[in-house]
Write a protein that binds this ligand. Structure first.
Ligand SMILES: Cc1cc2nc3c(=O)[nH]c(=O)nc-3n(C[C@H](O)[C@H](O)[C@H](O)COP(=O)(O)O)c2cc1C
Length: 176
């Protein structure tokens, strides 16, 4: 609550530039350790795209790894999150769960992410677009559509369960 109050003096909000400008820009392993011990919650480190960062995050006590480039909204020249996924999965080697997001728009993308090492696939903007267009029903429709598409791709690939998908060998996937 004190953090929120800082940004709302006398009920007037500060600009996003101010919020970003005053936010901590360089997070370290010590921050992960602090957040885990302070909150008592399992902490997932998001934005991991390399084997080195996997080790840093796990050494710091991360309970999970989140492969993401934050939807490509930060560094436009950075690697695509999907291209990093299989390498991160290989480095994690099933020690902790992996969440994947960034650019998921179709059920086929969910399939490919699961087959490249993700245990869980997340979406950002599709849910927001659904919300803007149709409120809670719009969000529901986005999830229903992704589920229907995923089911169709699973059938076409001859997979019956999510575990089957996670063991599916994609041609350019070397993490298994
Ligand atoms: C408007 C907006 C604000 C976001 N702010 C943050 C943020 O503060 N921190 C963060 O880790 N990710 C942030 N993200 C990224 C999302 O959490 C998520 O990783 C991303 O949207 C997933 O990609 P997708 O939108 O292509 O599905 C933001 C995304 C959007 C669209």
């Amino acid at each position: 609550m004190p953090i929120v109050q800082e940004y709302l003096p006398q009920g007037i909000g500060k600009s996003m530039n101010y919020v970003y400008g005053s936010a901590k820009q360089k997070l370290s392993a010590k921050d992960v350790e602090f957040i885990a011990s302070y909150s008592g919650l399992p902490v997932y480190v998001k934005g991991v795209q390399s084997a080195l960062d996997v080790e840093r995050a796990l050494d710091a006590g991360a309970a999970g790894i989140w492969v993401s480039n934050h939807g490509g909204r930060q560094l436009d020249g950075g690697p695509a999150a999907f291209d990093s996924l299989q390498y991160v999965a290989k480095a994690v080697n099933q020690r902790v769960p992996i969440v994947y997001d960034s650019g998921i728009r179709r059920g086929q993308h969910v399939f490919k992410a699961l087959a490249s090492g993700a245990d869980l696939v997340a979406i950002g903007r599709p849910a927001i677009y659904g919300l803007a267009l149709g409120g809670s029903r719009g969000v529901e429709q986005v999830f229903n559509k992704l589920t229907e598409e995923l089911k169709m791709v699973m059938q076409l690939a001859g997979t019956q369960t999510i575990e089957d998908v996670k063991r599916y060998q994609l041609r350019d996937n070397n993490f298994l």
